[in-house]
Design a protein around this ligand. Structure first.
Ligand SMILES: C[S@@+](CC[C@H](N)C(=O)[O-])C[C@H]1O[C@@H](n2cnc3c(N)ncnc32)[C@H](O)[C@@H]1O
Length: 268
């Protein structure tokens, strides 16, 4: 018998392949924790998918709605979303973008084995994906969970270019602003007491991460998104005004602190 955490109809083979169940179909402490985290995230994204699904009811394109997951890694998220939400519905597509070709290869194999035909994977950088003709011109939901460094910013650019209705981001390590602060730290300390905010190396990193996330929020707000920033890990931008919907959502559930206050490294 399946453990009670496994939902009716859920693919046990998938959960084993993602190491969310042990090989003999059981949950150990580690897999139970991981599964809880995955469900936690699923609950944030499911309402966005519901909205996108309803909004695309009359779309001529049978693949709508389209969700693109950047920095997909082993595509945990995409597989779980497909299995729990899209598998039993006639429409909807999940596209994983991942720069490591071997991960893309194994995700393609797993999708074929599970017979998940509306999952696609591309060995692209997020930046390459922006111009990729292989990805539909209109994308409904963009996710990027722990996509390294500026990949999160590229995911935002992608989402803006594809006019995404919803964006779910859990930022990762961020180095760019920190290196700019470091480069001019001595000068800043000599000219403004505000530089005390980033005098110490740890504070340089954290403050830079905070600034990065604030800038990301401002950029998205300027493009008409309503934001929800969560304390735990993630921050979510969704429901650009004028395109209907309007519910905000949040992601989170990690150990790394707030993406806005701390920046990165949080696990979902
Ligand atoms: C920390 S893992 C997160 C994987 C997955 N999203 C998760 O949360 O389990 C980050 C992944 O992003 C990929 N990645 C990093 N930078 C990228 C980029 N610029 N374009 C595409 N993938 C990238 C890495 O190869 C890695 O698989």
């Amino acid at each position: 018998m399946s453990p009670p955490e496994i939902r009716p109809g859920q693919s046990v083979e998938l959960l084993k392949a993602l190491h969310l169940l042990t090989r003999d179909g059981k949950l150990n402490q580690d897999s139970r924790r991981k599964l809880k985290q995955v469900y936690h995230l699923y609950h944030f994204i499911e309402p966005l998918l519901q909205d996108a699904y309803a909004a695309s009811a009359n779309a001529a394109d049978a693949t709508a709605p389209v969700l693109v997951d950047h920095g997909a890694g082993k595509s945990y998220l995409g597989f779980i979303l497909y299995d729990l939400f899209l598998k039993t519905r006639p429409r909807g597509q999940v596209i994983g973008v991942e720069s490591r070709a071997e991960l893309v290869h194994s995700s393609r194999q797993l999708a074929a084995r599970l017979d998940f035909p509306r999952m696609q994977f591309f060995a692209h950088s997020v930046e390459e994906a922006i111009a990729s003709p292989a990805i539909p011109p209109r994308v409904d939901i963009v996710t990027a969970l722990h996509a390294c460094d500026t990949a999160t910013d590229d995911a935002i650019r992608f989402a803006l270019a594809r006019d995404a209705q919803s964006i779910v981001l859990v930022p990762c390590c961020q180095a760019e602003v920190a290196s700019a602060l470091r480069a001019r730290k001595a000068e800043a300390l000599a000219t403004t007491p505000l530089a005390e905010l980033w005098r110490h190396p740890l504070h340089t990193r954290e403050f830079a991460s905070h600034l990065t996330n604030v800038l990301r929020c401002l950029l998205l707000q300027a493009h008409g998104y309503q934001l929800t920033v969560t304390e735990l890990v993630g921050w979510v931008a969704k429901s650009r005004e004028g395109r209907g919907g309007g519910r905000s959502a949040a992601s989170g559930g990690g150990e790394g602190g707030s993406a806005v206050r701390g920046g990165g490294g949080g696990r979902v």
